[in-house]
Each structure stands twice: as structure tokens, then as C-alpha cells.
Design a binder for this molecule. Structure first.
Ligand code: 3PG
Ligand code: MG
Length: 405
């Protein structure tokens, strides 16, 4: 994989696609989680240390899809100017900002950069051309740098102008990956291509439909697949269980049975949570109880895995040498339903301390390891949500293909 290590950037201007799609405080619009900005710092610093300058470009949210009530674009809420202070703080230097991507002003700003300067462009998605992968827009963007660096793993599954098409306007030697991209790929490959057995995949979250492709791909790689979260109840219903008001995808019942059957054929141990913490409503203040996951009373719903499931899952996790975790075990945002996810996070951390390689990815599971203070106790935390999922589904990501070929 060709990275920024393969080039000396002295006197060069690098156009870096970063993923600064970070959460902002609803009121102050300050960055509330700087993980993705922090992740990009080593790539930026390498280029600056060589004597280069840097133009950063990113999207933030989905401004043309999430319109204001009056139908207009909320430019204020989606402006990357809110990321300037945090970026400057993490880099320990000034960061210039220009309130557009391809205006005369933007090109004047990028062409006047000196060695050591950093410029951040405004949100790429203020242009509909970005998501369309428009060639003319991509070509204009390419004028911002002598070299194109893609370090936006989180957006590598999008064939957008700045993530994919822009690479067409650079010669072979002038396009490469940053360290975020290189690390993400290296760690994902370690799990997908050279996992030490036993390899356990822990999959959670609300919907089976989001996880079908990853389960299918992992059925030929993993030794154990642990299913938790809301999606488990589709499996229980498919098996003839009573699930009360729990989440269910009725059009996926047959598929759930097929996955169980395929796992059997392939000798994969597919684990479902035998018991659940149940609630009488979806509410932080709900009344709670425990029940077998296939015998949940009418009017109640499973919102977390319970003690026996935690014991089963933890035992398998602790004995694993490779662990992939995507998706929480329950509604861990609510205190009453966080214990299952917390216990699984602890088991993953314990296995890691005993020599396992663990990779955690996907917005919710990353938020969970952060919440329980365990992010530095797992081997690798991915910056990718959808991109990580698609990678583990076995898909080729357009942002990677555009450079790696
Ligand atoms: C993400 O947060 O998933 C990435 O930044 C990609 O954003 P998108 O899902 O809006 O394309
Ligand atoms: Mg997404």
C-alpha cells in the first residue's frame, strides 16, 4: 500500500481527504468527539515535517438531505468552521479556513500556502456534485494540491468526487494513502485474512438486515459468531420463541433460519443470548425484569442481554485469539440496559490483555468502549462505521480502489 511514507513532501502541497465528519454539540456547535480529527494528525504532521503544506477537505453530515424545517440548507450547523479550533489545538498550530471549496477565494488561499501551513476547506457536501462523484467538480478540487492523499477511511465506501474521482487527476506517483487508511486496512486484513483461531465475531445492533452480508462473509472465516442486541429477537422468533414487543424484522425470519443452518453446515458456533433484561417500555425509567429470550411475556421487550448470556458470551470471548466487535448488546445509552454491553467490552479487554487481537468498529460499539473507558484496552478501534462494515462484508471500497487499483 503506497502511503505518505513513500514521498518527501518538501515544497509540495498535499490535498488530503480526511473524515472530519465529527459530532457537534447541538447548542454550541463545538466538536464533542475528536477521535477522527486526532486520527488524521500523524499524516498531516508527516507532510508538514517534510516541509510541505496541507489542504484538508472533508464532509460533515448530510446537509443537502437534512434540510431545515423551511426546506433550506442549514449551512451554519454543517459548517466545517466548527472543526477549525479543535484541529488547530491538536496540531499545535494555526489552521486557516476558507468558506468554500472551489471559489476563487478558495484557490487564492490554497495557492498562497507556505511550507508548514494548513488550510481547511468548507464542507464538500454543500455541493451536490460531491456525492454525485461529478468529474468537473473533482478536477477543480484536484487543483488544490500537487499530491492527493486519501486518509478518510470512514468515507472510503463512498464513490464521491473527493474520495474517489479526484484520484483520476493525479499521476501514479502523486496519489497515496495516509496513515489512518493504512492502519485501518492493515488491522482489518489481520482479522479477515490471517486471524489466529479461535476467531470470534461479536455482532450486535438493532437490525439483522444491516448485518446479513457481514454474517455471511464471516461464516467462512470465524469459529464463533455471537449475536446480541435487538437483532437477536428476529432469530428467536424465527426459532418459534415468544419475544413480546421486542424488535423484530418479520421479513427476515426465513433468512435467520438459513443463517443458523449455514453456520451448522460450516461448523461455526453461532451463539444467541439465552436470557434478556426486559422492559415494559422503551424508556430509561421503564420497569425491568429478566426472562428467557425465547419466552418474553406479552407487553415486554428485550433491551439487553442478561446474566446467563453474559456468562456464555464472556467464556467464548476470553478463549479467543482474534475478536471482531461491531454493534452493542443492548440499549447501552440507558443505564438500566448497559450491563450486557459493558460486560462484553470487559471480556474483550480481558482477552486482549491475554494476547488476543481485538478490533472494535462501528459508531455504537466505539461509543460503548469509550463510555466504559476501555478504548485503550482493545487492540484497535476503527474510525469507520459503514466503511468498516462494508470492508468486512468483503466488498472492495471505491476510495481504496481509486488509489490501490
Ligand atoms: C460516517 O460517519 O459514516 C462517514 O463519515 C460517512 O458518512 P455518510 O454515511 O454520511 O456517507
Ligand atoms: Mg454513515
Amino acid at each position: 500500500m503506497k502511503t505518505v511514507d513513500n514521498l518527501n513532501f518538501a515544497g509540495k502541497r498535499a490535498l488530503i481527504r480526511v473524515d472530519f465528519n465529527v459530532p457537534l454539540d447541538k447548542k454550541t456547535l463545538a466538536v464533542t468527539d475528536d477521535t477522527r480529527i486526532k486520527a488524521a494528525v500523524p499524516t498531516i504532521n508527516k507532510i508538514l515535517a517534510d516541509g510541505g503544506s496541507v489542504v484538508l477537505m472533508s464532509h460533515l453530515g448530510r446537509p443537502l438531505k437534512k434540510l431545515k424545517e423551511d426546506g433550506t440548507v442549514d449551512y451554519e450547523k454543517h459548517s466545517l468552521k466548527h472543526a477549525v479550533a479543535k484541529t488547530a489545538e491538536l496540531l499545535g498550530r494555526d489552521v486557516k479556513f476558507v468558506s468554500d471549496c472551489i471559489s476563487e477565494e478558495a484557490f487564492a488561499a490554497s495557492s498562497s500556502l507556505k511550507a508548514g501551513d494548513v488550510l481547511l476547506l468548507e464542507n464538500l457536501r454543500f455541493y451536490k456534485e460531491e456525492e454525485k462523484g461529478d468529474a468537473a467538480f473533482a478536477e477543480k478540487l484536484s487543483k488544490h494540491g500537487d499530491v492527493y492523499v486519501n486518509d478518510a477511511f470512514g468515507t472510503a465506501h463512498r464513490a464521491h468526487a473527493s474520495t474517489t474521482i479526484v484520484a483520476n487527476y493525479y499521476t501514479e506517483g502523486n496519489k497515496m494513502f495516509g496513515y489512518v487508511m493504512a492502519n485501518e486496512v492493515k488491522n482489518a486484513e489481520r482479522v479477515l485474512k490471517s486471524a489466529e483461531a479461535p476467531f470470534t465475531a461479536i455482532l450486535g445492533g438493532a437490525k439483522v438486515s444491516d448485518k446479513i452480508l457481514i454474517i455471511e462473509n464471516l461464516l467462512s472465516k470465524a469459529n464463533n459468531i455471537i449475536i446480541g442486541g435487538g437483532m437477536a429477537y428476529t432469530f428467536f422468533k424465527a426459532l418459534g420463541g415468544k419475544i413480546g414487543n421486542s424488535l423484530v424484522e418479520d421479513d427476515k425470519l426465513e433468512l435467520a433460519l438459513e443463517l443458523i443452518e449455514k453456520a451448522k453446515q460450516k461448523g461455526v458456533n453461532l451463539l444467541l443470548p439465552v436470557d434478556s433484561v426486559i422492559a415494559d417500555k422503551f424508556d430509561a425509567a421503564a420497569n425491568t425484569d429478566n426472562a428467557a429470550s425465547n419466552n418474553i411475556p406479552d407487553g415486554w421487550m428485550g433491551l439487553d442481554i442478561a446474566a446467563n448470556a453474559v456468562t456464555d458470551f464472556s467464556k467464548v470471548i476470553r478463549a479467543s485469539k482474534t475478536i471482531l466487535w461491531n454493534g452493542p448488546m443492548g440499549v447501552f445509552e440507558m443505564e438500566k440496559f448497559q450491563k450486557g454491553t459493558e460486560a462484553i467490552a470487559k471480556a474483550v479487554a480481558e482477552a486482549t490483555a491475554n494476547g488476543a487481537f481485538s478490533l472494535v468498529g462501528g459508531g455504537d460499539s466505539v461509543a460503548a468502549v469509550n463510555k466504559f473507558g476501555l478504548a485503550d484496552k482493545v487492540s484497535y478501534v476503527s474510525t469507520g462505521g459503514g466503511a468498516m462494515l462494508e470492508y468486512f462484508e468483503g466488498k472492495e471500497l471505491p476510495g481504496i480502489k481509486a488509489i490501490a487499483g
